[in-house]
Structures are given as structure tokens and as C-alpha cells.
Design a protein around this ligand. Structure first.
Ligand code: NAP
Length: 246
């Protein structure tokens, strides 16, 4: 590998943990990190294993003790931790007037509480490794809101704010914390959304195509590698221009 950019993109010798590694975006991220040379672990629901070559650990990310134990398991097995990507997430859509307490709390717990449990659990191991990179997968709807997604947009906006705070707190230990904010990406999460909304998202893009999980994985890989070594506290939209277009 004599190309300097390729060397900087390499994650050889590093250990990566991806939450939601059995999902659409998470499995593409885990595969990309693996291909870049990292030892990769996925923490996800028991029936959602990560892609081949990725070690899977069953964990409900909305539960503090389970996240702490899964992180300890990864560090125990791999001996170190360098890269962490939080992809696990859910939607439970309803307009505010009709949203139940359960839908509100489940989304906040799964998307936002989990990010806190994860950051708190991984920080000591990243520090011990001499530094590292964390990426939280948020959403463009954190910045613009979305009808029916008060719970989801609030959870993702909270993740954005948490990442900026963590970037400030952990920078002196060589730990970078960034957010990738996708627009529409074709995954199991969006497969259930009516075609009319998919078309609207396509119309919002300025590139004339909708995103694929690999598009998000590429941005994550950049941020986690040494190519992104001076980037921290940022929200990087991966949305084909959906937000600048409108
Ligand atoms: P996905 O295919 O549904 O993947 C999400 C993964 O997280 C699934 O394997 C899911 O398992 C898992 N998960 C959910 N709750 C969990 C919990 N409590 N504990 C452990 N694992 C849990 O969705 P995706 O589209 O790849 O989304 C990945 C991330 O990108 C999410 O944070 C999402 O909000 C964000 N995002 C997606 C889009 C998009 O257009 N697809 C756009 C912007 C942001 P189950 O399937 O069993 O629930």
C-alpha cells in the first residue's frame, strides 16, 4: 500500500465497535471498517447478526447495563478499542397530538439514551488506546424537523448536541467525536415508508438519486480514519443535498 491516502484510510491493527451492525446502514459500516483492516464487532439485537467476518454481541442499546457489559466484552476480547460507530436506532412515527408516551420514550431511549450509555462506556477504553474516533449516526431531520417525527427528530438533535459536547471533553485525549446525518437511505427502516415519501425525498435531492448504506459507510470511514484526523465536533450530512436543496 504505497499510496499515502490509502495508508491514511487503513484501519489495520485497530478495533471497531458498531451498534446496529445487523441493520442496513450498520452492516455497511461494519463491512467498510472490516475491509479497511479493522477487527470489527457489532452490538445489536440477538436476531440481527452483523455481516460475515464481524463478531456479533446481543445487546439492547437502550439499557445502560447491557451497553456497559457489551463494551467490556469487546475490550476484553480484542484488548483495545479505537473506533465506535452508533447506528442502532428506531422510528415510531405519529404527529405530536397523537403520539403516545410509549412511542416518545422508546425512541428517546433507543436513539439518545443509548448514545450516552455508549459514549460513557467507550471513553475510558479509547483513552487507554491513546485516542480514537466516535461517529454517531443522526439524521437531517434533527436540523429541519419532520411531520410525525417529534420523538425521532428530538432524539437526533440531542445526539448532535451530545457529540459536540463529547468532542470538547475528549479532544485532549486524542478522541474525536463526529456525527453523520443521513438523508433518505434505502434500508429496512425506510422500506416500510409509502412510495410517495420516497419520491418526495428523491425530489429534494440535488443529485437526483437516493442514498444507499454504502454512501453513509464511506463518510463514516473517512471520519474514523487518519484522513479525518483534524475533524471533530462536526455534523456531516450525507443526503445528496436534500437540506441545501430546500
Ligand atoms: P435499520 O436497518 O432498521 O437498522 C437499525 C438496527 O438497529 C437494526 O438492526 C435494529 O434492530 C437495531 N436496533 C434497534 N433498536 C435496538 C436496540 N434497542 N438495541 C439494539 N439494536 C437495536 O435502520 P437503518 O436505516 O440502517 O438506520 C441506521 C441508523 O441510521 C439509525 O440510527 C437511523 O435513525 C439512521 N438514519 C437512517 C436513515 C434512513 O433513511 N434509513 C436516515 C437518517 C438516519 P431491529 O430491526 O430488530 O429493530
Amino acid at each position: 500500500m504505497s499510496n499515502p491516502s490509502a495508508i491514511m484510510l487503513s484501519l489495520a491493527g485497530r478495533v471497531a465497535l458498531v451498534t446496529g451492525g445487523g441493520g442496513g446502514i450498520g452492516s455497511a459500516v461494519a463491512s467498510a471498517l472490516l475491509k479497511a483492516g479493522a477487527a470489527a464487532f457489532s452490538i445489536d439485537r440477538a436476531d440481527r447478526p452483523g455481516p460475515p467476518g464481524v463478531s456479533s454481541i446481543a445487546c439492547d442499546v437502550s439499557r445502560s447495563a447491557e451497553v456497559a457489559s457489551a463494551v467490556a466484552d469487546v475490550v476484553g476480547r480484542a484488548g483495545r478499542l479505537d473506533v465506535v460507530v452508533h447506528c442502532a436506532g428506531i422510528t415510531r412515527d405519529a404527529v405530536v397530538a397523537k403520539m403516545s408516551d410509549a412511542d416518545w420514550h422508546e425512541v428517546i431511549a433507543t436513539n439518545l439514551d443509548s448514545a450516552f450509555y455508549l459514549l460513557r462506556s467507550v471513553a475510558p477504553a479509547l483513552r487507554q488506546a491513546g485516542g480514537g474516533a466516535v461517529v454517531l449516526v443522526s439524521s437531517i431531520n434533527a436540523e429541519r424537523g419532520k411531520v410525525g417525527q417529534a420523538n425521532y427528530a428530538a432524539s437526533k438533535a440531542g445526539m448532535n448536541a451530545m457529540a459536540m459536547t463529547a468532542a470538547r471533553e475528549l479532544g485532549r485525549f486524542g478522541i474525536r467525536v463526529n456525527v453523520v446525518a443521513p438523508g433518505w437511505i434505502d434500508t429496512p427502516m425506510t422500506a416500510a415508508v409509502p412510495e410517495e415519501y420516497r419520491q418526495r425525498a428523491l425530489d429534494e435531492t440535488v443529485v437526483g438519486r437516493l442514498g444507499q448504506p454504502e454512501d453513509v459507510a464511506g463518510a463514516v470511514l473517512f471520519l474514523c480514519s487518519d484522513l479525518g484526523r483534524h475533524v471533530t465536533g462536526q455534523v456531516l450530512r450525507v443526503d445528496g443535498g436534500q437540506l441545501i436543496g430546500h
